[in-house]
Design a protein around this ligand. Structure first.
Ligand code: PLP
Length: 383
């Protein structure tokens, strides 16, 4: 069977074989409801408790601070909507490069009398100091700035930002950071971060499990109420197998973090040397970034067309953010960075993962070169 090379790990990752092993009993014989009082229920509850400890350990939090949810999107919505429902309408400040599952709930708050301040970023995609100060001048009640961007991979200095926004409820979306850079919720919390989002399927865990790591001094209104699971913050019978898989994936991610990051950084170096030699513009190259992510564009080439051609050639990559690739709009992250719309439409994201090799990168560079020559040839004929 023809297996395309997978270079789209920021969209999702393959399920690790050991993680699947850990999950299987909870899809088979250990199917109890964790709220049940009998042996089946107790086994499921114990498994969730163990996973809660694994997730907490991976982000330097206490297990009681971990609130399980179905995905990063739900956890981000829970924080923003849940916090706003407990506060008087005021200003919410979110960076201009947030994932839609932060942006949309934030803008939705306008209906309830909130003012939204979109914090501008510089040409490299880092939060602009002057605009962050302008946001703080409005005394925002809620601030959300992502730890790592899903498209460029750019990392923000969250502790420094949170320290300046001491009066706000401060949230950071760490979905792309988990497993790629170390996360220490205790230190972030001491600096003023109240909540952090992580998601299993980005770290070789299953889809359907994520967590909002939440400072216990913060009170949120739940999105889903009912049986009172997850400290009454997320009612509904827990997705036991997925939560167990999330725990196992966290343990693996922590154990492999340093080795994975070093290897991916070296592979990314190989990729970017090849791209730079072919004249590609690599976005955010001078900012601190995740070790696995490259976002680039080649002048005059359309990103969507390139993705389709590379797919045929056997390479799975993304144009802009995979989560929003149904929309033909240029990446809002690049537009916020001041990249011209035509250039932004040409953007392609390669996000490397554990299974990728030097050979994958070399073959990808070759296929990209051939595809670009073909597309330029077609354009010349059409002109
Ligand atoms: C930065 C970021 N936040 C949130 C999400 C949403 O997470 P999930 O797919 O678990 O809902 C994604 C998914 O791509 C993401 O990249």
């Amino acid at each position: 069977m023809f297996v395309p090379a997978y270079l789209d790990h920021n969209a999702t990752t393959p399920l690790d074989a050991g993680v699947l092993e850990a999950m299987l009993p909870f899809l088979k014989e250990r199917y109890g409801n964790p709220s049940s009082r009998h042996e089946y229920g107790r086994a499921a509850r114990a498994a969730i408790d163990a996973a809660r400890q694994q997730v907490a350990a991976a982000v330097g939090a206490h297990p009681t601070e971990v609130v399980f949810a179905s995905g990063g999107s739900e956890a981000n919505n829970l924080f923003i909507k849940g916090a706003a429902a407990c506060l008087k309408p005021a200003t919410i400040a979110v960076s201009a490069i947030e994932h839609p599952c932060v942006r949309e709930p934030a803008f939705d708050l306008k209906r309830f009398g909130w003012d939204v301040h979109e914090i501008a970023v510089d040409a490299e995609g880092r939060v602009l100091e002057t605009d962050f100060s302008a946001a703080l001048a409005k005394k925002p009640a809620i601030v959300s700035v992502m730890l790592a961007n899903n498209e460029t991979g750019v990392l923000q200095d969250i502790a420094a930002l949170a320290a300046r926004a001491a009066k706000a409820w401060f949230h950071t979306d760490a979905v792309q950071a988990l497993g790629k850079v170390a996360i220490d919720f205790r230190a972030l919390n001491a600096a003023g971060v109240n909540a952090l989002t992580v998601s299993a399927h980005k770290i070789c865990g299953p889809k359907g499990a994520a967590a909002l790591v939440l400072d216990k001094r913060i009170e949120l209104k739940p999105l889903i109420s009912g049986g009172g699971q997850e400290r009454k913050l997320r009612s509904g019978t827990e997705n036991v197998a997925a939560i167990v898989g999330f725990g196992a994936a966290c343990e693996l991610a922590v154990a492999r973090l340093e080795a994975d990051a070093a290897r991916l950084n070296a592979l990314r170096g190989q990729l970017e040397a090849g791209l730079a030699a072919s004249g590609a513009a690599i976005f955010s190259r001078n900012a601190p970034r995740l070790p696995n992510t490259t976002f680039f564009a080649l002048a005059g080439i359309d990103g969507e067309t390139l993705v389709a051609q590379l797919d045929r050639a056997g390479f799975a990559v993304a144009s802009g953010s995979a989560c929003s690739s149904v929309s033909p709009e240029p990446s809002h992250t690049l537009l916020a960075m001041g990249v011209e719309a035509g250039m932004a439409k040409g953007a392609l994201r390669v996000s490397l993962g554990r299974a990728n090799t030097e050979e994958d990168v070399a073959r990808f560079l070759e296929a990209l070169g051939e595809t670009v020559r073909k597309l330029k040839g077609l354009a010349a004929v059409a002109a």
